[in-house]
Design a protein around this ligand. Structure first.
Ligand SMILES: C[S@@+](CC[C@H](N)C(=O)[O-])C[C@H]1O[C@@H](n2cnc3c(N)ncnc32)[C@H](O)[C@@H]1O
Length: 228
């Protein structure tokens, strides 16, 4: 067996579907195979991988790919598939503005992991959603971005939106509520997955003095396109 073949076999378990997956997920250790852990707000690739496999997606897009987690998952999966999954990904940091520009082509699965408003500032570009001053304005631009993603689905295709709520200076901003309210424009709501949050920067803060409980979860909302 060549070293390359051995490496491929060692990696195979990472690319198998977890058929026991439920609406509650938790990945305490980040899988280092995909994306860049140093990129703030990056996500672990396992939830994305599970959804791609569950829906049998053949064409996948991510218009806010950040450090490239989804790109790396698909490249890894493709080593084990007879026919490669097609992938398109971009980000404002590569010059692509989802608020103004359609995704190329139509896809079975679109994953969009937006900034959770201004909780992490990604750049000083005014097109960056994380620079938007007020929540109503952010909500409107996010809705425009999500509608554009839904429009890039084939009929029966899925839109997955990992998103978290924000608590800042005592006030709670329920971003997920506003994403859920975009049904039916984004398609039919099919899943709300709860994902435990681990290794947050805020873990180092003292929580005891807080009036309300700290947020330790985020969501992944999945819509299915029904219209032709
Ligand atoms: C939460 S991060 C995505 C992280 C990614 N899932 C990963 O694992 O690395 C959100 C991304 O949205 C991008 N972004 C912000 N505004 C954008 C826009 N108008 N168009 C495209 N991308 C945008 C940011 O540059 C940032 O990389």
């Amino acid at each position: 067996m060549t070293t390359t073949e051995k490496t491929r076999l060692d990696l195979a378990p990472f690319y198998r579907q977890d058929k026991g997956m439920t609406s509650l997920v938790s990945y305490p250790e980040r899988c280092s195979l995909w994306g860049d852990a140093r990129y703030r707000g990056n996500c672990d690739g396992r939830l994305f991988k599970e959804l791609v496999l569950r829906y049998g997606a053949r064409s996948v897009a991510d218009p806010m790919m950040g450090s490239g987690t989804t790109r790396d998952v698909i490249a890894g999966l493709n080593q084990f598939l007879p026919e490669p999954i097609e992938y398109w990904g971009s980000d404002l940091r590569h010059g692509y503005d989802l608020a103004t520009t359609d995704l190329p082509g139509r896809h079975d699965f679109v994953w969009i992991h937006p900034p959770y408003w201004n909780i992490i500032r990604y750049s000083d570009d005014p097109a960056d959603l994380s620079t938007i001053e007020t929540y109503p304005e952010f909500r409107a631009v996010l809705a425009r971005c999500l509608r554009r993603c839904a429009a890039a689905l084939v009929p029966g295709g899925r839109l997955a939106v990992p998103v978290g709520d924000v608590r800042r200076k005592g006030s709670y901003t329920p971003i997920v509520r506003d994403v859920l309210r975009l049904e039916p424009d984004l398609g039919e709501l099919r899943s709300v997955i709860i994902k435990a949050q681990h290794n947050c920067r805020s873990d180092s803060f003292g929580y005891a003095a807080m009036e309300d409980v700290p947020i330790k979860h985020e969501y992944c909302v999945v819509f299915k396109r029904l219209s032709p």
